[in-house]
Design a protein around this ligand. Structure first.
Ligand SMILES: Cc1ncc(COP(=O)(O)O)c(C=O)c1O
Length: 379
């Protein structure tokens, strides 16, 4: 029986040598590779600067922190997101306020977000869910009108663009994930695209215990430097081994995006022939990354979403539920009600295997099993 992975990072074989070189150099953290990766990343996403962290979650926490978020503040975000989006708000001591999504894009709905604004709101946090850019213009206008900050959760969205502009160049602070299930990876890691160089400088201090001098600056001077700690910091440092891997991954990013798009288009063409299954909606303003491929199982389908996932698993095809509704998890239960589009999407959507070297043969097997389960049930 064919056994298909759900996701797999795209590695070319060059990474080992790049990482080994870093180890041989003896400079393992906060060194030249981290600086080079930050510069290359910033260039790729059209930001003035980029600041590397340990994950997207810690990137989000730092971005919220420099946006002034603290205890007593509220942050508006979609409940339909990975739970880390909300955890980052709580890690700042603030209150996540969940708004509903646009049922077609699964992204935060600007109208629902506007209704959630109170005197305590500090930040609106749109998520570019599974790599589809949120409709940013209404959020930027809303933030401007109400004097709020914007922090974007672009965990899955490196390489995506909105109205021709790359995600990372749209708002002041955009956070990316480099976890292996994302478009490109450093094993674990995150990056904040930053427009204001002064904010980037503060973020670099904050990720390094609040220390006034970076390791790179200290090593590149022969003058004695005694550092100070002007504010409470964190340890969210990326290593140079991770950064070397990240530089290799940036080189194949366009290839990864093309391979993912090609496979996504094949799924979409196939789904047109299978009743009850709905392919993702592609809004005209966005180019997405296809980090995941989401299928909606229609309410009148003869097989339910979860039952379908179970049957596919028995066929050797692992799937994942679609994006979760955070307010339905115990950690957040009771924090929101009346998010109908979020709740429907969380129960009706599943994700199919999609990764750059998924073969057409493997993909056809997924499509055929999917059709059999839905069509055979309907007959
Ligand atoms: C939307 C979103 N935000 C945040 C995260 C957290 O990323 P990391 O695991 O790098 O902290 C993820 C990861 O799945 C995500 O999908």
């Amino acid at each position: 029986m064919m056994q298909i992975p759900f996701a797999r990072p795209y590695l070319t074989g060059d990474e080992g040598e790049a990482v080994a070189k870093v180890i041989a150099s003896g400079w393992l953290s906060q060194g030249p590779q981290v600086a080079a990766f930050e510069a290359a990343f910033a260039k790729r996403v059209g930001a003035a600067e980029a600041v590397a962290t340990t994950s997207c979650t810690t990137a989000l926490q730092l971005a919220l922190h420099v946006s002034g978020v603290g205890p007593g503040d509220e942050v508006i975000l979609p409940s339909l997101s990975f739970i880390a989006t909300a955890n980052a708000v709580r890690h700042c001591g603030a209150q996540p306020v969940f708004a509903d999504i646009d049922p077609r894009t699964y992204n935060l709905d600007p109208t629902s977000a506007a209704l959630a604004i109170t005197a305590r709101t500090k930040v609106i946090m749109p998520v570019h869910q599974v790599g589809l850019p949120a409709d940013m213009d209404p959020f930027l206008e809303l933030a401007e009108r109400h004097g709020l900050a914007i922090v974007e959760d672009a965990a899955c969205a490196i390489g995506a663009s909105y109205k021709g502009r790359p995600v990372g160049s749209l708002g002041p602070l955009t956070c990316f994930s480099l976890h292996p299930r994302k478009v490109i990876t450093t094993g674990e890691g995150g990056m904040i695209a930053v427009q204001d160089p002064a904010v980037a400088e503060r973020l670099r201090r904050l990720r390094q215990h609040g220390m006034s001098v970076s390791d790179l600056a200290r090593h590149s001077t022969d003058k004695l430097v005694i550092e100070t700690y002007p504010e409470t910091g964190f340890n969210y440092r990326m290593t140079d081994m991770q950064a070397a891997l990240g530089l290799c991954q940036l080189k194949v990013l366009d290839q990864v995006l093309d391979l993912r798009r090609r496979l996504a288009e094949r799924y979409t063409a196939a789904l047109e022939r299978i009743p009850h299954l709905e392919a993702p909606y592609d809004p005209p303003y966005a180019t997405r990354t296809w980090q995941s491929y989401c299928v909606r199982v229609g309410p009148r389908a003869p097989v339910g979403r979860t039952q379908l996932m179970q049957r596919l698993l028995a066929d050797g095809i692992p799937t994942r539920r679609g994006v979760m509704a955070i307010h339905k998890e115990n950690a957040y239960v009771g924090e929101a009600a009346g998010l109908p589009h979020t709740e429907a999407a969380a129960t009706e959507v599943l994700m199919l295997p999609l990764f750059p070297d998924l073969s057409f043969e493997e993909q056809d097997f997924v499509i055929n099993r999917l059709a059999d389960h839905v069509v055979a049930q309907a007959a």
